[in-house]
Design a protein around this ligand. Structure first.
Ligand code: PMP
Length: 410
């Protein structure tokens, strides 16, 4: 008997290891392939047309943003030197937080190194303070929200996606004297549909609940000065905390919350994801600041994005291709099969030089696979037409169910 193979010091047998390896391989196989595709100004990466970038407004290529970052590297170097509380707070962090608070009409804002950590770090504190808070969370909320809520240890109720009646039912059933927190997104990241914000705000008022809204896929893109969907609807003041990213509409990296000073200060003090990590490099904060200021003053990018999204919605409708929602610029063409979805993505890439990532589990549930199409300002009218035509061809070739087949009204 070969003892070495039979057992390791952890007590895991070679057979168990082999099984785990098979399981890892199986999980890994579910993932699509991820071509290296960093779009240039014209949306092309070595002849590849990119249709899944979150740099929706081209701010990652904006000359003013680039210049701001270059200048700051020259004056401040490339790193921040520490966590925010120990030597890593820079002039640009402070300016950016003031700008974001002002954009959202809130008392204060707080930066994180990503949108993920902003949600995780903020909710782990906000949902757990006071300790007996009950959380009401939309079933399609992003993984970073789910993780933050888990870390808070708070009691949690999940309401059906965008289902106001279900949320009302859950709120009514909860003890009146317990503090309540409602957590939602404005534009949902995978389906592109928009939450019924006014109705949810009304419920929050009725049940005296705090509200936390993730506007990651909206800031920069919607609302006056790019302040998001709640601002577009004129009800930003009815949401206690707004959360956003600097990595999508603002083209750089980082995340933030904005809200009442007392809540923001509590997160600043207690959030492990804020306290125990190195802060954003000054040049990133300077670039993001430039992007936020630029989009407060320019509507051009928002207009081009809206036009491209509307054109794509119309062309997909004409091609009878089912997509989840016409509410926003996130156009999720529904395939609903793991292998077919990956194949569609691969064929678009190989035949047409189009890169659109297939979205598989765990980003969506198994059987709900989509091509998450993101038109952006780098695409012209002709690009949108060519894209829709290519997609129509792939749909036919792979015999993917059409909207009519699915009896689907988008
Ligand atoms: N919230 C939502 C709804 C998201 O879709 C994402 C990322 N896709 C995040 C938060 C995390 O943002 P970031 O990429 O800046 O970490």
């Amino acid at each position: 008997m070969n003892l070495h193979l039979e057992s390791y010091s952890t007590g895991v047998t070679a057979k168990e290891l082999a099984e785990r390896r098979r399981e890892f391989l199986e999980i890994g196989r579910r993932s699509g392939h991820f071509p290296s595709a960093s779009a240039r100004q014209d949306g092309v990466d070595s002849q590849i047309s990119v249709w899944c970038s979150n740099d929706y407004l081209g701010m990652g290529q904006n000359p003013q943003v680039i210049e701001a970052m270059k200048k700051t590297i020259d004056t401040h170097g490339v790193g921040s030197g520490g966590s925010r509380n120990i030597g890593g707070t820079n002039h640009y962090h402070v300016l950016l937080e003031a700008e974001l608070a002002d954009l959202h009409g809130k008392e204060a804002a707080l930066l994180f190194t990503s949108g993920y950590t902003a949600n995780d770090g903020s909710l782990s504190v906000l949902a757990g303070t006071p300790k007996d808070t009950i959380v009401f969370s939309d079933e399609k909320n992003h993984a970073s929200i789910i993780d933050g809520l888990r870390h808070s240890g708070a009691q949690k109720h999940i309401f059906r996606h965008n289902d106001v009646a279900h949320l009302a039912e859950l709120l009514a059933a909860a003890p009146a004297d317990r503090p309540k927190l409602i957590v939602l997104e404005s534009v949902y990241s995978m389906s592109g549909d928009i939450a019924p914000l006014a109705e949810i705000a009304e419920l929050a008022r009725r049940y005296d609940a705090t509200t936390y809204i993730d506007e990651v896929h909206a800031v920069g893109m919607y609302g006056p000065q790019g302040a998001g969907i709640a601002a577009r609807e004129g009800i930003a003041d009815q949401f206690t905390v707004v959360m956003g990213t600097l990595a999508k509409g603002y083209g750089t990296v980082g995340g933030y919350i904005a809200g009442p000073a007392a809540l923001v200060d509590a997160v600043r003090t207690l959030s492990r994801a804020f306290v125990f990590t190195t802060s954003l490099p000054p040049a990133v904060a300077a670039g993001a600041l430039e992007a936020v200021r630029y989009l407060r003053n320019s509507d051009v990018e928002r207009k081009v994005l809206a036009e491209n999204a509307q054109l794509l919605h119309r062309l997909l409708d004409e091609a009878d291709i089912p997509f989840i929602s016409p509410d926003s610029h996130i156009v999720s063409a529904f395939i609903g099969d793991d292998e077919t979805c990956k194949q569609a993505s691969r064929l678009l890439f190989e035949r047409h030089g189009i890169y659109v990532q297939s979205i598989n589990a765990p980003s969506v549930p198994l059987g709900q696979e989509i091509l998450r199409i993101a038109p952006s300002t780098v695409h012209g009218r002709e690009d949108v037409e060519n894209f829709a035509e290519a997609l129509r061809g792939i749909w036919k070739e792979l015999n993917i169910p059409t909207a009519t087949d699915r009896n689907w009204l988008s």
